[in-house]
Design a protein around this ligand. Structure first.
Ligand code: SF4
Length: 384
């Protein structure tokens, strides 16, 4: 059925009835406070609901209002974001909160919301429709899949096909209460029209669905051809000075920006990880170091590559200059590691070396000693 022949009003009504009965009781659905809606939408980008839940609750407990987030120290936000991934989202949250405070309140439409740092077309449409019932369309990975199957679209990820999907979302949102229509579409894609196993008998749109009629709905849309994922080998150091080890702050932009890490770098072709860590400490920090022990390697997968980290215990060699860098450095006691935010792979090295630790983050209790006074200050895709 072509979009112009599709019974939009009837289908959207059926979808909304289904949502009213079957929506999951997620915490961000208890309120239409734009701050809570915004926070949930940012956290849910590229991230599963089950992963987001504890982060959402912890974040709101610490920053219950947009004003409190606007005055947050970046290091504190990053600590709360630690392990959630896609760290640029966390870095930009306080910027967006400050912009809202400066504007004197939340913009109520998508165009206004898109002026906030870190807010794209999808997030703006979601917040405007869910918080303010503005008739703005949304299109995330789940909604794309629903459209691809309803209208039997084989490919839809780019260009014209994507425009077509936005147009379908726009038609749908015009036929009901925007907050409910958009959430219902996303919920259908997340819980019924799933990637691997669409539960068509339970779907309120089944009688209009071309993919279901084909008998093989999971064949829509055709999956993207995936390139092989490269693996990067890196050597990192627990470089000790007495009871403390050295950590360095990553630049604010880019992968893992704003997080702390162990010093080190890529293992070059033909080089052993042990030789690499010694070389990296010399090149990065001007320090001569010796390896005292090798720790178990840690593997971690990012979106576009995998990494194998080879951690080594190191000590400065006699007569070595102290480590220096343009980046902020900090000497840290193991028991104070919870005061700074680290990437997930580094946390795994810490757990293997020091054991579990889950003390609450207490900004004033930080005991990291930094090399600079301000060193602590420093979506696609949604989610079943
Ligand atoms: S009928 Fe099946 S394939 Fe079609 S939208 Fe519903 S769950 Fe998806």
């Amino acid at each position: 059925m072509a979009p112009d022949e599709f019974p939009w009003k009837t289908a959207v009504a059926a979808l909304c009835r289904w949502y009213s009965r079957h929506a999951r009781p997620l915490p961000w659905r208890r309120s239409r406070d734009p701050y809570r809606v915004f926070l949930s939408e940012i956290m849910l980008q590229q991230t599963r609901v089950a992963t987001v839940l504890p982060y959402y609750e912890r974040f709101l407990a610490r920053f219950p209002t947009v004003e409190s987030l606007a005055s947050a120290a970046p290091g504190e936000v990053m600590k709360l974001w630690e392990g959630l991934g896609y760290y640029a989202r966390g870095r930009r949250l306080p910027e967006a909160a400050r912009a809202v405070v400066e504007m004197g309140g939340w913009p109520r439409d998508a165009a206004g919301l898109r002026r906030l740092p870190g807010v794209g077309r999808y997030t703006a449409g979601a917040v405007a429709s869910i918080a303010f019932d503005a008739p703005e369309p949304v299109l995330d990975g789940n909604v794309k899949r629903v459209w691809a199957r309803l209208f039997a679209m084989a490919r839809l990820l780019e260009g014209e096909a994507l425009d077509r999907c936005w147009d379908l979302s726009r038609r749908a949102v015009a036929e009901g209460r925007p907050s409910m229509v958009n959430q219902a579409l996303m919920e259908l894609g997340a819980t019924i029209c799933t990637f691997r196993a669409p539960a068509c008998p339970a779907c309120p749109l089944r009688r209009w669905c071309r993919a279901a009629a084909s008998g093989a709905p999971e064949g829509y849309p055709k999956p993207k051809l995936r390139k092989a994922t490269p693996t990067v080998r890196a050597a990192v150091a627990l470089l000790w000075r007495g009871p403390e080890f050295l950590v360095a702050l990553r630049p604010p932009e880019g992968l893992l920006g704003g997080l702390w890490e162990l010093p080190g770098g890529k293992v070059e072709p033909g080089e052993t990880p042990e030789a690499a860590v010694v070389r990296e400490l010399r090149e990065e920090l001007g320090a001569r170091a010796r390896v005292t022990a090798a720790l178990p390697p840690v593997r971690h997968a990012y979106t576009h590559f995998k990494v194998v980290l080879f951690p080594f215990e190191c000590r400065l060699a006699a007569g070595s200059a102290p480590p220096r860098s343009d980046r902020p450095l900090a000497w840290l006691r193991p028991e104070a590691r919870h005061t700074l935010a680290f990437p997930a792979a580094t946390l795994r090295i810490f757990r293997a070396r020091f054991g579990e630790e889950t003390p609450p983050f207490r900004p004033s209790a930080g005991r990291a000693r930094t090399g600079r006074p301000n060193a602590r200050g420093g979506r696609a895709r949604r989610r079943p």
